[in-house]
Design a protein around this ligand. Structure first.
Ligand code: ADP
Length: 263
């Protein structure tokens, strides 16, 4: 299509109109292809826990296995974990579909950002896995952001949970807030497994996981960062990742600051 465009570029307006139609069709095709891929992904993601549950339930109902005090609790535990993962997945899907809706509205309010971050980190610190530590580097001043604090909480929860999931024993997680002229940047750095260069841009795609088997074991749905990206973009912000394999990852997002009030 690009080649065609350069040939027709200097032609009359009719030709340009024709080209617009052509590119619309490809855009439509792209949307349609993405929709099909999405449905295929959802089906696959739901089928996996369902087939696991079915085989464990079959094993339990086979003979007297359900009465076996050694095996039965283990199998039931698998069924329970898988059903919980399905619930997380369906909840994430519902949220994405809500956000896709044109009428979706965020509940934005003026929020003091530093105290807000401090509280979230407090909550993680209380429940932290033994051997991990979390450090904060926050400015000593107040800064205000126009935001939906439930949604931004969800973003930070997801990023810090990932940092913890992929951290080694004894790893440190750092939460840093930096102020630029018109923006506030939040960075979460871990010392974990990292993400290969060629995969780093994909981690914000729906269902993308660097290592399917491992993240499935860790309970991930592959939707967390896709949701985070949509939430941040709905706040006119940006989100990005930097990483070095086996050294660690930094996920950072940038939100517009509210202008200071005079006086
Ligand atoms: P998941 O629910 O699988 O964690 P996310 O959308 O939150 O889904 O993340 C997508 C993928 O990005 C993860 O499966 C993982 O492979 C990778 N990833 C995210 N955060 C990190 C991190 N801090 N360190 C290493 N890999 C990460």
């Amino acid at each position: 299509l690009k080649a065609n465009f350069s040939v027709f570029q200097d032609e009359d307006e009719e030709m340009n109109g024709f080209l617009t139609v052509l590119s619309d069709v490809t855009e439509e095709e792209k949307v349609e292809r993405e929709r099909r891929e999405f449905v295929a992904n959802v089906s696959h993601e739901l089928r996996t826990p369902l087939t696991t549950m079915r085989s464990y339930l079959e094993a339990l109902t086979d003979g007297n296995t359900w009465q076996d005090e050694q095996i039965a609790p283990k199998f039931l535990n698998v069924v329970q974990n898988e059903s919980e993962r399905m619930i997380r997945l369906v909840n994430d899907l519902l949220q994405l579909s809500k956000m896709d809706n044109k009428d979706y509205r965020l509940e934005k309010q003026r929020t003091e950002y530093i105290a807000f971050i401090d509280q979230i980190v407090d909550r993680f610190e209380i429940n932290i896995r033994s051997g991990l530590s979390i450090e904060r580097d926050l400015p000593n001043k107040r800064y205000y952001v126009w935001m939906d604090s439930d949604k931004i909480t969800q973003v930070i929860d997801n990023i810090i949970s990932n940092a913890m999931k992929y951290s080694p024993e004894g790893g440190q997680i750092k939460v840093k807030v930096e102020v630029q002229k018109h923006h506030i940047v939040t960075k979460v750095t871990d010392e974990g497994v990292g993400i290969p260069d060629e995969k780093i841009d994909k981690i914000f795609d729906r269902f993308y996981r660097v290592d399917k088997a491992r993240t499935r074991q860790l309970g991930g749905t592959g939707l967390g960062l896709a949701i985070a990206k949509e939430i941040i973009e709905a706040h006119d912000g940006t989100i990005r990742a930097e990483s070095r394999e086996n050294q660690g990852t930094t996920i950072s997002f940038r939100l517009p600051l509210m202008r200071k009030k005079r006086g």
